[in-house]
Write a protein that binds this ligand. Structure first.
Ligand SMILES: NC(=O)C1=CN([C@@H]2O[C@H](COP(=O)(O)OP(=O)(O)OC[C@H]3O[C@@H](n4cnc5c(N)ncnc54)[C@H](OP(=O)(O)O)[C@@H]3O)[C@@H](O)[C@H]2O)C=CC1
Ligand SMILES: CC(=O)N[C@@H](CCC(=O)OP(=O)(O)O)C(=O)O
Length: 344
């Protein structure tokens, strides 16, 4: 397969390169840059010291004929403009940004404060959450790779929402992320001196992932009302922990809930449901495509706590995109992704 990575100089792009460069089905990888075409990638990233690939300028007409898969690891507002020019007979497009995830253009404009992609493109895009959307992904032309927080939250909530075991009007998602989630360009908020030994809540009730989470929860159960979703920045490089709270609609035991999660995810190799009483931490999934989760019930309050951890750059972005590539190209889903997490 011939692969193109747009936004190759960013964190998501460089992580895609790392994964794809050892993927057994890949014949070539072309790296595209809108700002540094002509430069060698090893001049930008010293950890790629021995890689001799020159960054290429974007040429959509050529790319859509020559490449089998094009990854767009670009900021919001780019793929909405670029994707229409890349859709052709050959190339499959996998977009890591939020541009193609929301079915409603009005919702995109409201939350992203940008012009939405053309409706025809948005309607073609399949939401790339493989554990829940595998068959649609397999026949997609365009894949909207989920956001990092929605991946952690939706994987954690999916079984309970689908089984109608959670009160759909009272869902709370409390999430924490590492700093690489903000991409490679530092800001006053992500600056080392401000971030280290600090804990910050941000985008309170305004996070652009709120409509994405609600959209999928509502597809699963149309009774779901707006959720409370909070995000916090933690002084670590990678990782997301999403802790979800809700109220049970039925009197079910912790064992029954655990069995429900095992039944949903038993055949999904990247979801690891913990034994009762054991809880995952972000290091358990560091640099891997795993999502580890656990569920607990407080018998005094009948409230349930679900905790779900991912690596934001991996299952939250690049490795999930490779999982989607495998599915859409008819390759075994786990190819190139089964390495164990990096520890410590
Ligand atoms: N970081 C994360 O954990 C996650 C990120 N995402 C999403 O994935 C996308 C990439 O994120 P990330 O890699 O972190 O971001 P970065 O900011 O690290 O990199 C984005 C890259 O996009 C390229 N770019 C910028 N402007 C343009 C443009 N106008 N046209 C084409 N390319 C452009 C730049 O490369 P160049 O100048 O070389 O073209 C830049 O290196 C974003 O939409 C992000 O929201 C999703 C899930 C998780
Ligand atoms: C730490 C940090 O800032 N994280 C980003 C992650 C979102 C992201 O990656 O953007 P899209 O999924 O919308 O493309 C944020 O919370 O906005």
């Amino acid at each position: 397969m011939k692969i193109g990575i747009v936004g190759a100089t960013g964190y998501g792009g460089v992580e895609l390169f790392r994964l794809l460069s050892s993927h057994p089905s890949i014949q070539s990888i072309t790296l595209y840059s809108s700002s540094q075409a002509g430069e060698n990638v090893n001049e930008i990233y010293s950890h790629l010291n021995t890689i001799q690939d020159q960054l290429q300028p974007l040429e959509p007409e050529h790319m859509k004929e020559e490449l089998d898969v094009i990854f767009l690891a670009t900021p919001a507002g780019v793929s909405s403009e670029l994707t229409p020019d890349l859709i052709g007979k050959k190339a499959k497009v996998i977009d890591l940004s939020g541009d193609l995830r929301l079915l409603s253009q009005d919702s995109y404009k409201q939350w992203y404060k940008k012009e939405a992609a053309p409706d025809s493109v948005v309607q073609q895009a399949v939401y790339g959450l493989p554990e829940w959307n595998r068959s649609a992904i397999k026949s997609a032309k365009v894949i909207a790779n989920p956001g990092c927080f929605p991946t952690a939250a939706l994987l954690g909530l999916g079984p309970l929402i689908n089984e109608r075991l959670l009160d759909p009007s009272r869902i709370i998602i409390d999430a924490k992320t590492g700093v690489s989630g903000a991409g490679k360009n530092p800001s006053a908020i992500t600056h080392f001196a401000h971030t280290q030994e600090n804990l910050q809540i941000y985008k309170v009730n305004q996070h652009q992932h709120i409509p994405e989470i609600e959209q999928q929860l509502t597809i699963w159960n149309e009774a779901v009302s707006p959720v409370t979703f909070s995000t916090h920045l933690i002084p670590m490089t990678r990782g997301i922990m999403a802790t979800m709270y809700g109220e049970l609609t039925k009197d079910v035991s912790a064992q029954q809930l655990h069995d429900c999660y095992q039944a949903y995810y038993g055949e999904h190799p990247f979801i690891r449901v913990r034994k009762q009483g054991q809880y995952p931490s972000t290091k358990d999934v560091y640099a891997s495509n795993y999502c580890d989760m656990a569920i607990a019930v407080d018998e005094r309050t009948q409230r349930v706590t679900i905790v779900s951890v991912i690596d934001n750059l991996m299952k939250g972005a690049a490795s999930q995109a490779v999982q989607n590539m495998n599915l859409v190209m008819g390759i075994e889903e786990t190819t190139g992704l089964l390495h164990v997490p990096v520890y410590p």
